[in-house]
Design a protein around this ligand. Structure first.
Ligand SMILES: [Zn+2]
Length: 275
C-alpha cells in the first residue's frame, strides 16, 4: 500500500475548521454475499456506519435475515434501502438504466411499488425510505413515482441532471471508489486526491462515498480500512447514516418553517400596530 495515498485526505481534514459529515453507500446488496460480509466486517472493525442499497428481486431470505440480525444488534451502524427493482437495463441504446426515459411512469411505478413491498416484507421498520437507482440514473417519472409512494429521499451522483423532486430530498454521492480505482494508472493516489478535493470547503456536504462490494478485491478492502481508520480517528469527521442526514434536514426545515411563521406573526403584529 503506498504509504502516502491518504496524505492529501489528512491534510484536507486538518485544514477544516469544524467537523464535516461523511456517509458510505454500498450498492448491489444481493450480489456476492461473501464479499458483502467482508465489507461489513471492515466497517464493523472500525466502528463506522454503512448504508446498503439492496436489490429487491435479487436478495435472498438468508441474506435479509443476516442483515436484519446486524441491524438489530446495532441499528446505528447499518442503513438498508431500496436499489432499483431487478437491476436490469431496460434501455436499448445509450447508457444503462433500469428507470430510464424509455419506460412509462406506470411501468416504473409498478416496479418501484413491487420492490418497496418486497423489502418492507423482509426488513419491516429497519427499511429506510430512500431510493438509489441502479447506475445512479433515473428519469422525472421515477421522481414522480417515488413522491407518490411516499419515499423521502433519492440518492444519485452529485451533479446528476436536475429533476423536480418536490418534498423528496436528494442525498448524492460524490466519490465513486471503484470507478476511480479502475480508471486510474495510480489508483490509490487518484482516490486519495479525489477524496481530498471533495473535502474542500467549496464542495457541497455531506460527502457521500459510493462502494460496490461485488467488484472490490482484498486490496480495495485493505485501503478502505485505512481510510475508515483515518475518518474514525480524525476530530474533523463525523461518519453518519443516510437516514440520520435525512432526519437532520427535516429538523432544519421544521426550524426554518417555525422561524418563518414567527416572522409572519411579527410582521402581522407590526402591521396592525401601524394601522
Ligand atoms: Zn447497482
Amino acid at each position: 500500500m503506498p504509504a502516502d495515498w491518504l496524505a492529501p485526505v489528512r491534510a484536507a481534514l486538518d485544514a477544516r475548521g469544524r467537523p464535516l459529515e461523511i456517509f458510505f453507500r454500498d450498492d448491489d446488496a444481493g450480489w456476492d454475499d461473501g464479499r458483502l460480509f467482508d465489507l461489513l466486517d471492515c466497517f464493523q472493525a472500525r466502528q463506522v456506519p454503512i448504508d446498503l442499497a439492496v436489490i429487491p428481486q435479487v436478495i435472498s431470505e438468508n441474506l435479509a435475515e443476516a442483515l436484519l440480525g446486524h441491524w438489530r444488534r446495532n441499528p446505528f451502524m447499518l442503513g438498508l434501502h431500496q436499489h432499483g427493482y431487478s437491476h436490469h437495463n431496460h434501455e436499448s441504446q445509450g447508457r444503462k438504466c433500469e428507470f430510464g426515459i424509455s419506460r412509462s411512469e406506470q411501468r416504473q411505478f409498478k416496479d418501484l411499488l413491487a420492490g418497496k413491498q418486497q423489502l418492507e416484507c423482509l426488513f419491516g421498520s429497519a427499511l429506510d425510505s430512500i431510493f438509489t437507482p441502479p447506475w445512479n440514473r433515473c428519469s422525472q417519472a421515477t421522481a414522480d413515482s417515488l413522491i407518490k409512494l411516499g419515499f423521502q429521499a433519492l440518492s444519485r451522483n452529485l451533479g446528476a441532471a436536475p429533476l423536480y423532486t418536490g418534498r423528496l430530498r436528494e442525498i448524492p454521492v460524490a466519490i465513486d471508489w471503484c470507478g476511480i480505482r479502475i480508471k486510474s494508472a495510480q489508483p490509490w493516489m487518484a482516490l486519495g486526491q479525489a477524496i481530498a478535493e471533495a473535502l474542500h470547503p467549496s464542495h457541497p456536504l455531506p460527502l457521500g462515498i459510493m462502494l460496490h462490494h461485488a467488484v472490490m478485491d482484498d486490496d480495495d478492502l485493505e485501503h478502505l480500512q485505512a481510510l475508515l481508520q483515518l475518518f474514525r480517528e480524525h476530530p474533523n469527521t463525523r461518519c453518519r447514516l443516510m437516514r440520520e442526514l435525512l432526519e437532520d434536514a427535516k429538523a432544519q426545515d421544521a426550524r426554518l418553517s417555525a422561524c418563518s411563521l414567527e416572522s409572519h406573526a411579527v410582521l402581522a403584529a407590526m402591521r396592525s400596530y401601524l394601522n
